[in-house]
Design a protein around this ligand. Structure first.
Ligand code: BTN
Length: 257
């Protein structure tokens, strides 16, 4: 992991930029004593990871960024962290390029039914108490979508593709960091406002969804978002639930609308 630059910015966050690493989340996991606000940006990742153990393809042109935070609360009070991050990154993309993205529950930013950004938040607990969280964000900025495997490219887009020209990756990184700092500063005090924005941007709401949980697949209708970013669903038998874990697959998403 060859270091390119270290930037110290407002709010005391430390930002390091490297050409390559396996995964910015994993690199921060190897330095769990790092202070609150340690940011790592990589130009490419060789082992980028997504949710549920999936691979996250990370060729040059994308923005791969993780930040280590130390919220002073128990982990069960951070259920809204991933949805709040989605709102922060959505704001940053709008600030930087004027692109209005939508949110596919729980952690994807999409445009025109195609994936633009994924978010992976990971908690580090010791003896039951929360030590730190790592928030990882991967954005297809100038990614050459056509060069990706067809199974991925058919469902993905990039900012450059949307706006029709190259988007400066450092400008996007600055915008993302600014909005993540805003999120961090209001994490425990303005949750309701952020979740309202999340619900308004979430295209999963109002659709038929398939809930995949523990090997079981159930049909449901997504009715709304709860105060922690959970998906409120109504099953075919009339039963309702707030889905917070497992996987929700949305029928008709990603290029099949
Ligand atoms: C997903 O789509 O399921 C989440 C993808 C998260 C990707 C980002 S890129 C920066 C950070 N490092 C990783 O290995 N993953 C996250």
């Amino acid at each position: 992991m060859q270091e390119r630059q270290t930037i110290r910015c407002d709010h005391g966050w430390n930002i390091r930029v490297v050409d390559e690493t396996d995964s910015t989340n994993d690199a921060l996991k190897r330095q769990l004593d790092a202070p609150h606000g340690t940011v790592l940006i990589a130009r490419r990742q060789t082992g980028g990871r997504g949710r549920l153990g999936r691979q996250f393809l990370s060729p040059p042109g994308g923005l791969y960024l993780s930040v280590l935070l130390r919220p002073q609360v128990p982990s069960d009070q951070l259920l809204h962290l991933t949805p709040m991050t989605a709102v922060a990154v959505r704001r940053a993309i709008s600030d930087c390029c004027g692109v209005r993205t939508e949110i596919k529950w729980t952690n994807d930013l999409v445009f025109g039914g195609r994936k633009l950004c994924g978010i992976l938040t990971e908690l580090n607990c010791r003896e039951g108490s929360l030590q730190s969280v790592i928030v990882g964000v991967g954005i297809n900025c100038n990614t050459d979508i056509a060069s990706l495997d067809p199974s991925v490219s058919s469902m993905a887009t990039s900012l450059a593709q949307i706006v029709g020209h190259r988007v400066e990756e450092d400008a996007l990184a600055s915008a993302v960091i600014f909005r993540l700092q805003q999120m961090d500063a209001t994490l425990l005090t303005q949750k309701a406002a952020w979740m309202k924005e999340y619900a308004a941007a979430c295209i999963t709401v109002g659709r038929q969804v398939q809930i995949l949980c523990g090997g079981e697949r159930r049909q449901a209708f997504a009715e709304g978002i709860d105060e922690n970013g959970g998906l409120l669903v109504r099953y075919e038998n009339g039963e309702t639930a707030a889905v917070t874990a497992g996987e929700v697959s949305v029928r008709g998403m990603y290029g099949y609308l």
